[in-house]
Design a protein around this ligand. Structure first.
Ligand SMILES: [Zn+2]
Length: 427
């Protein structure tokens, strides 16, 4: 009998060490120097990065892969996207939503993305999206963690039935409480929605994740209320603010007061750089704002920040591949996180930092952890962001669920090597 079901040898681990990982059933049984051990299957990872899987803390699975149905977003704005989604959800069936979501999950698995937090619209009286996503969560459970957020897209107070429907969705088993305070009719309603939704989460023992201040309006300050409510209700470490784009445009003096309040309340944050750079600043001429929230400044205050993908081929965004390295790549540029430590942190924001936000159980590379990991055709985390390379093997709960060959180019040049891999290490 082999000691391990699966043995990964000589991988470059995220902490910079080289090591072997021995897997028994769905858990990491040993990690370190395991030379001389036996295994039913061995994967040689010499020179390749072995990482815990990618985590996407912000997505819209009910809308994904619907681009062009029934039309495209001509203005490229958030508001036209919301209007277009309203048309789409009228005509989409549960089966179509399930089929599109499962196709997206296939893409995700092939990219080593094994945990996704998805918002699901709870404003439609039929709750078709909720029904579809609960079905998808169950189907993908053996290989992908799908966490669902009850998201009253048309406004918890603004839409007449959103409140009742959001509570129904939670009763049906949706995991997290969402909201959209900047879309309520008034600042006062926005505040009231945050208060009420946080109370619902506290009563039910649920996490909170709101679309918060996804606007270029510097006076959109619902994040302040979110921090206040997290503090008041004892929800520290359980509340996330998604987008927070208004922070980009806020007065610096106000932000100097806000950041410590967010830290004290244990708020986490999820910017969505691909979407923020595309959707924000649409009302500007020049200079045009970037619209990404203050990532480094939050991190300097000890606030956990993860990168979110948000959209792939839907009413808000025409591109996307389920590759969290695309997201980290864009985020790194827009937030100007170019020191070696910051670049490594950008990789962690697509892995371990986001895993904290989702409260994932057994996540990471340690003995006893869940045997879920990804082997990349890159030497280290920084190179992974630079190359966004093939996921050579993706392992979920001890099972190899996806494999991709290296994408080496063959060269035919006089006096030059026959192939090229584009690896490059500093001496
Ligand atoms: Zn979103």
């Amino acid at each position: 009998m082999a000691e391990f079901d699966l043995l990964i040898t000589d991988g470059n681990l995220p902490d910079g060490k080289v090591g072997d990982i021995g897997i028994v059933k769905d858990r990491i049984a040993a990690i370190g120097d395991l030379s001389g051990s036996t295994a039913a299957r061995v994967i040689d990872a010499a020179g390749d990065l072995v990482s815990p899987p990618f985590v996407d803390p912000h997505f819209h699975m009910d809308a994904t892969l619907s681009y062009g149905t029934p039309r495209i977003n001509a203005s490229g704005t958030l508001l036209e996207g919301i209007a277009l989604w309203g048309e789409l959800k009228e005509i989409a069936t549960v089966d179509q939503m399930v089929e599109r979501a499962l196709a997206y999950c296939d893409w995700a698995v092939s990219m080593g993305l094994l945990a996704i937090r998805s918002h699901v619209d709870t404003c439609d009286d039929s709750l078709k999206g909720v029904e579809a996503m609960l079905q998808v969560r169950e189907t993908v459970k053996p290989y992908l963690d799908l966490q669902l957020v009850a998201f009253p897209q048309d406004g918890f107070l603004r839409d007449p039935t959103a409140k009742a429907n959001t509570l129904r969705a939670l009763d049906m088993g949706v995991d997290v409480v969402g909201g959209i305070p900047h879309f309520e009719r008034t600042m006062e309603d926005g505040r009231a929605s945050v208060r009420e939704l946080c109370e619902i989460a506290a009563e039910r023992g649920l996490l909170v994740d709101m679309h918060c201040d996804e606007t270029d309006d510097p006076l959109s300050r619902h994040v302040e209320t979110l921090a206040y409510e997290a503090q008041r209700l004892g929800l520290q470490g359980r509340v996330n603010g998604s987008h927070l784009t208004s922070m980009h445009s806020m007065d610096n003096y106000y932000v100097s007061k806000l950041l410590p309040l967010m830290a004290e309340a244990g708020l986490s944050a999820v910017p969505n750089p691909l979407i923020n750079i595309v959707i924000q600043g649409r009302h500007d001429s020049f200079p045009k704002r970037r619209g990404l929230t203050r990532v480094r400044e939050m991190q300097a205050h000890g606030i956990t920040v993860g990168w979110g993908q948000d959209c792939v081929r839907d009413p808000w965004y025409p591109l996307g591949t389920a590759d969290m390295l695309d997201v980290a790549f864009m985020g790194l540029h827009v937030a100007q996180m170019t020191s070696p430590a910051e670049m490594r942190l950008c990789f962690e924001m697509a892995t371990t930092e986001s895993a904290k936000i989702l409260h994932l159980e057994g996540y990471g590379l340690y003995e006893g952890a869940r045997a879920s990991l990804v082997i990349l055709d890159a030497g280290d985390a920084i190179e992974a962001i630079r190359l966004r390379p093939a996921r050579l093997a993706v392992i979920s709960k001890g099972r190899v669920v996806s494999e991709t060959p290296r994408a080496d180019a063959r060269l035919d040049l006089p006096g030059r090597p026959a192939g090229v891999r584009r690896r490059h290490h500093a001496n």
